[in-house]
Design a protein around this ligand. Structure first.
Ligand SMILES: NC(=O)c1ccc[n+]([C@@H]2O[C@H](COP(=O)([O-])OP(=O)(O)OC[C@H]3O[C@@H](n4cnc5c(N)ncnc54)[C@H](O)[C@@H]3O)[C@@H](O)[C@H]2O)c1
Ligand SMILES: [Zn+2]
Length: 691
């Protein structure tokens, strides 16, 4: 997982890159929001490193290379022992090379390794005087850090008082757990602040903030224990001799939180294989951890090995970070979709400008709920931090506010259920369709009653909801069993409307098979596909008898769609039977089944109509005898007359029916020299088929 470098071409570009990197690092360590994502920063630093390797005499003093915190952080409290960064490896091979170089340096194989998660927060030194926590210092530039003692009392796992009155320095990571991060952003935005983009960013910003009106908790994990100047000499000597794993046990006994309290406790291993096995285990658990990790830290466990290895100016030689792929990237939020779940939960989903995270391209990410969108102050067009760990659904974090251009648009929340049109219950953070589990039923009944399906006048969504809520209808077929008395028992249902609805239902039973099929809502069978299937098979029995191969004879049904249509039709067999029993028409007028081979061996060919062999496109407003026809009805008419309907003009088009205000389709037909007809001319052509 080595990201490509930024190519630096000349000294000016190099100077600019150094300036950019120092600026980014300064913001990064101070908890600012204006940082690039880590991959982008690392690419920049690799570019700087590469250029410096070729131009060693032109290295700028500000350069981030070879420095702790990229040279950007500072402070005025000197550290007892330098607080360093870590070098990285990215693969088992690189790790093996590191262990080999360590063995050469110390003159023998490393006897024992400690393996711990690399917590993704920021390093801190906590000084205890006779057991009391007196001072908190950031890592700073490694030599001196900033005093952040004001944060004492807000960091879980870092007790005010140790179990023993010892004078020691505890080092470790301050971070925000996922829950603490959510809480911090809620509190921050409630106080009018911008939400933090990442938990790391939130921890850095919170730790350094002095005069906040509110406090938000963070968590500490210790990974170092060392003596201070006035530590009692026996203890000081002991701390200098203990193995890292023993120091961690001691820290735990003193009351300091360590990784021992997590699902990925630090362990020791004596072989490279043992270390790598643990690396894999921790990587596999990463997505489930309640805090972020960005790798695994491997240390020579024994004090003697550490001393023999020594340290460089930026990192110790006895420890290494085995980096895991970045799980956070910045990309743009393009759109928000609202999906209704099985139980009626209406969940927003963000559509992203595609971004690659850990080897997969991410185009969607969850946004939880409307309150969350408001809390994060997200807008369409925003640059957002996207987080994806393992197989978990990617999440959208906060917007990167300083990248706003002013063209961002507010995200619109739905006013009615986007699936069935009912009201929305907004009393909880997770919005829900008022129909709950019935939402799907209401939506499918409303769809079936629609103009292009069974065209049942008087059966709009409101009426469907009424029927469903009264328990009168539990599926499509129940509609046809409704009685006058039942309808009259409903509110706002007078005699006339009841009779009208019954008449409309009776009429719906006579609709052609294509519309009945469409009304069933089988995936992949919209209006025109339903017509093609119905014309091809002529009867519902034939359709149901068809296997996937037979279905593929219908134009537009491929190897992928066919089996799913077959399976879905099989699933709704009882419903289809119930509809047939209720008297719903199951044949397509004028169509002949494909294998209608007569006894004498001749195949019955469907009667040719005036449009046989033609592909017809309708555009503009219809007038005259065609005025009342919807686009769907026009297409039905074309197909009844033997033609093929299409919605776009191409070289294959044979006729374009162009009504008033016909636009680009007409122009294209003229360009291609395709025959044009007015609505009246067309009506005359298909007069026999107009019903
Ligand atoms: N996005 C940006 O603009 C930006 C700017 C600067 C740095 N960065 C990122 O920061 C990283 C470099 O930062 P760094 O110098 O803090 O180094 P680092 O985070 O890669 O590694 C060193 C740190 O690991 C931490 N750590 C966690 N668990 C540990 C454990 N068990 N034992 C010991 N240490 C442990 C300590 O805080 C230590 O200081 C780079 O990966 C870079 O991408 C990003
Ligand atoms: Zn609904």
């Amino acid at each position: 997982m080595t990201t490509p470098v930024v190519q630096i071409v000349d000294a000016a570009a190099y100077a600019q890159a150094v300036e950019d990197a120092v600026k980014a690092a300064a913001a990064y360590y101070a908890g600012g929001t204006s940082t690039p994502d880590d991959d982008a920063y690392d690419r920049l630093v690799r570019g700087i490193t590469a250029w410096e390797a070729d131009h060693p005499d032109q290295v700028l003093p500000d350069s981030p290379t070879g420095k702790v915190a990229g040279g950007a952080a500072e402070g005025d409290v000197p550290h007892t022992v330098a607080m360093l960064s870590l070098d990285n490896v990215f693969s088992p091979e690189q790790f093996a090379a590191w262990t080999a170089s360590l063995a050469r340096r110390i003159g023998h194989e490393t006897e024992r390794f400690s393996v711990e998660p690399k917590l993704d927060g920021l390093a801190i030194a906590a000084r205890y005087t006779q057991g009391r926590l007196t001072r908190l210092i950031t890592r700073g530039d490694g030599i001196a850090g900033e005093d952040v003692s004001h944060a004492i009392g807000t960091i879980e796992g870092l007790p005010d008082e140790l179990a023993e009155p010892v004078t020691v320095e505890v080092r470790g990571e301050v971070l925000m757990t996922t829950a603490q991060f959510e809480h911090a952003n809620a509190v921050r935005t409630a106080h009018g602040g911008q939400p933090f983009a990442t938990p790391r960013n939130a921890a850095a910003g919170t730790l350094r903030a002095k005069d906040r009106l509110y406090t938000v908790p963070m968590t500490f994990f210790g990974y170092g224990l060392l003596p201070l100047a006035d530590t009692e000499p026996v203890l000081a000597a002991r701390l200098g001799e203990l193995a890292h794993s023993d120091l961690m046990a001691l820290a735990g006994e003193l009351g300091v939180n360590t990784t021992a309290s997590t699902a990925v406790p630090g362990i020791t291993a004596t072989t490279t294989e043992g270390v790598l096995a643990r690396v894999r285990e921790i990587a596999a658990l990463r997505a489930e951890l309640p805090f972020g990790i960005d790798g695994i830290v491997i240390k020579a466990d024994l004090a003697a090995d550490q001393q023999a290895a020594g340290s460089g100016s930026r990192a110790p030689r006895w420890a290494i970070a085995y980096k895991l792929p970045a799980v956070e990237k910045i990309t743009r939020l393009l759109e928000v979709e609202w999906n209704v779940g099985r139980t009626g939960i209406i969940a927003p989903r963000g559509v992203l400008e595609p971004v690659e995270i850990d080897g997969s391209t991410i185009t969607y990410a969850t946004l939880h709920n409307p309150a969350d969108i408001t809390r994060r102050d997200l807008r369409l067009g925003d640059h957002v931090m996207v987080h994806r760990a393992g197989d978990v659904i990617p999440r959208i974090g906060a917007p990167v506010a300083h990248l706003r251009t002013g063209a961002e648009q507010p995200i619109e929340f739905p006013q009615v259920c986007p699936r069935c049109g009912s009201g929305i219950d907004t009393s909880e953070e997770r919005w829900r369709c008022e129909q709950g589990r019935n939402c799907h039923l209401v939506a499918s009944l409303s769809y079936a009653a629609g103009r292009d399906q069974l065209d049942i006048e008087g059966l709009g969504t409101t009426r469907v909801i009424q029927l469903v809520e009264a328990g009168l209808v539990t599926d499509l077929a129940d509609l046809f069993a409704l009685t006058r008395d039942q309808l009259l028992s409903l509110e706002r249902m007078a005699e006339t409307s009841s009779d009208n609805l019954l008449a409309a239902l009776a009429q719906a039973k006579t609709q052609p098979l294509s519309r009945v099929l469409c009304a069933l809502g089988v995936r992949g069978t919209g209006r025109s596909m339903s017509r093609r299937i119905a014309r091809h098979f002529a009867t519902m029995d034939n359709i149901r008898a068809a296997d996937a191969d037979a279905l593929q004879e219908v134009e537009g049904i491929g190897a992928e769609k066919a089996p799913s249509i077959v399976a879905e039709l099989a699933e709704i067999t009882p419903l289809i039977d119930k509809l047939a029993a209720a008297g719903v028409n199951m044949t397509e007028p004028g169509a002949t089944p494909p294998s209608a081979v007569a006894d004498n061996g001749t195949v019955t060919v469907p009667a040719a109509g005036p449009l046989t062999g033609m592909t017809v496109v309708v555009t503009g407003a219809m007038t005259g005898p065609l005025e009342q026809l919807s686009r769907n009805q026009m297409n039905e008419l074309i197909e009844r007359a033997g033609g093929r309907s299409s919605s776009s003009v191409s070289k294959k088009t044979t006729l374009v029916v162009a009504g008033d205000n016909a636009g680009s389709k007409r122009a294209k037909a003229e360009d291609l020299g395709i025959r044009l007809a007015t609505p009246d001319e067309f009506a005359a052509l298909v007069a026999d088929y107009l019903t």
